[in-house]
Design a protein around this ligand. Sequence first.
Ligand code: FNR
Length: 354
Amino acid sequence: MEAPVNSERASRKDDHVRLAHEQRGDAPGANAFDDVEFVHHALAGVDASRVDLAVRVGEWRWSTPFYANGMTGGTEWTTRINRELAIAARETGMPMACGSVSVALDHPEAARGFAVIREENPTGFVMANLGVGRSADDAVRAVELLHADALQLHLNAVQETAMPEGTRDFSCWEASVERVVAASPVPVIVKEVGFGLSRRTLLRLSELGVRIADVSGAGGTDFLRIENARHDSDARRSGHDFSMLSGFGQSALACLLDAPEGGPALLASGGVRNPFDVVKALAAGAGAVGVAGSFLEALLDGGAETLVPLIERWVAQTTAILALLGAAAPAELTSTDLLVRGRLAEFCRLRGID
Ligand code: FNR
């Protein structure tokens, strides 16, 4: 029998939010976005009033080049977070995702934690979210629950490894991706949860029918640290300590720079702290940029009342930076001159990237 929702599974949802918040401390840390610079061309700028931030992602047009990435839902606390996020998305026209809806598929009483999104944001762009390994039927139910425009399907092998209750059998994942893509009534966006999608993975996803992928790389919310922190010392003593994997995976920028020609259209996320990071990811080839931890902080601080002005600031600042860089639209950023330093440059050298 499934455990009732208000038990271990539910407390995991609350733990993720609490620990994601705790691990950020007072200021978001340094990451691979700091390894990228633009060559400044003092005469290249354009008129900011001519800059249009809208992006095309697959068949969609999004008015902001960033979106709220999949986080949460299902418990009392996380339902409130989803409600506030949905209000902020509605007020700003920003696309948004919810966290994994699998809890609601297994425990109908948790569905409210996701349905609340459509109550507050009936016409906005909403992505449902599900972990790989679920059935085709579950994928359809996830989309229906949210009346979703797209389905995020997350690959989280590193996180599962760090969870005592996590799966150890990843061998069925390719077949699962293929089944979900074939069954989903809306486009599927395959994403990581903060460890990156490699060139090989992106090529394989393409062969499995995936048209859009969010590389979701390392350097922001760290699910290894979160899962390690969730386990008490007993679990550690019995061999469930995977803190040795710290630093595992690739950053979003590494994934973007290493991405193959002819792979899925790319979204990027993982460690995005501010609009300059958004612009760097767009310049490195992302069609749009996902933000989880940074927006969660604002939600925890003051709900939609805090997140809406933050998003408005991000829109204004992103616009201004595009004007400075001479890009009238996000797609034009790919012709800016990027400099890559430090660990990211080392990654590029080792991977043979110019
Ligand atoms: C997440 N993330 C996530 N991803 C997913 O696909 N399904 C999920 O249920 C969750 N849950 C979740 C909870 C919390 C509290 C956070 C902060 C994040 C991962 C998220 O979408 C993203 O891939 C990573 O967090 C990296 O982005 P940031 O946080 O560095 O911007």
